[in-house]
Design a protein. Structure first.
Length: 278
């Protein structure tokens, strides 16, 4: 999928898209350190596209629970050369996974097509104006706290109501900055400042978020709510991931962010057949 095709998809959301995860970090919870070699990372990105990924999401800073912030120059050195190299080899859609506007600016200049901001435009107040100026899609994710402390006793009186209230505020900020409503994607933030049962509630009640009128992204891949429930290590969480994706898509998710592309593509094919989506 290229940029033009994605813009068309945003208008109709005719089928579910797969966002493949490419972490250029030594400490991400699932695949940290796996792609230290640039050549290996590029090959993996192209393999994900071949297996059915519509978007490649490239990140240079781990946002796992307890993660420490990465310096700007380090994040740039991890991501920009990879974006440039992939762009030379493919017109696939590239997303930059960052909450820093300077990283996003450099990534977009290097060939990225969209921004995935885990802070939902809250950590860097220059992000909204940058996205507006570049007229690119942005993923606004819900998070409670910051990666370093977000899992230290998160609490909600009404989880879905509070997530929706967060989105309403951030959407208003985005629009005020000049971001086109057609470029906004919402992510309820599975595992980001959420208790175990909160993650299941988000998937179960995803329809309440999708009725806000924006595409919804769901990112359950290999996360700890699956591991704790099934008592399984990271590398054995694919069934839990696929079950979460299936339920999420039925309940309104239109983009799924995952590690295992081929299995996800097969799962979505059957799920969408059941739903009557071609």
């Amino acid at each position: 999928m290229n940029r033009q095709e994605f813009q068309s998809w945003l208008k109709h959301q005719s089928h579910t898209l797969i966002m493949g995860i490419l972490n250029m970090t030594p400490d991400s919870f699932s695949d940290g350190g796996q792609f230290k070699s640039h050549d290996k990372a590029i090959d993996h990105a192209l393999k994900m596209v071949e297996e059915g990924a519509n978007i490649i999401d490239i990140g240079g800073e781990s946002t796992r629970p307890g993660a420490e912030a990465v310096q700007l120059e380090e994040e740039l050195s991890r991501t920009i050369p990879i974006i440039e190299a992939i762009r030379l080899k493919s017109d696939c859609l590239i997303s930059i996974d960052t909450y820093k506007s300077k990283v996003a600016k450099a990534a977009l200049a290097a060939g990225a097509d969209m921004v995935n901001d885990i802070s939902g435009l809250t950590f860097d107040h220059n992000m909204a104006s940058l996205v507006a100026k570049r007229n690119v899609p942005v993923i606004i994710m819900h998070i409670k706290g910051k990666p370093g402390d977000m899992q230290k006793n998160p609490n909600y009186d009404n989880l879905i109501k509070e997530i929706k209230a967060f989105f309403e505020v951030q959407i208003a900020i985005a629009k005020k900055a000049g971001i086109d409503s057609g470029n906004i994607i919402l992510d309820p933030g599975i595992g980001f400042g959420k208790r175990l049962e909160d993650n299941f509630e988000i998937i179960r009640e995803l329809g309440q978020i999708s009725t806000m009128g924006y595409p919804v992204l769901l990112g359950p891949s290999r996360k700890s709510f699956i591991g704790f429930t099934l008592d399984l290590p990271i590398e054995e969480r694919i069934e839990g991931t696929l079950a979460s994706i299936t339920a999420g898509v039925i309940n309104g998710a239109r983009i799924v962010r995952v590690h295992d592309i081929r299995a996800t593509r097969r799962t979505l094919t059957i799920t969408e057949k059941i739903m009557g989506i071609n």
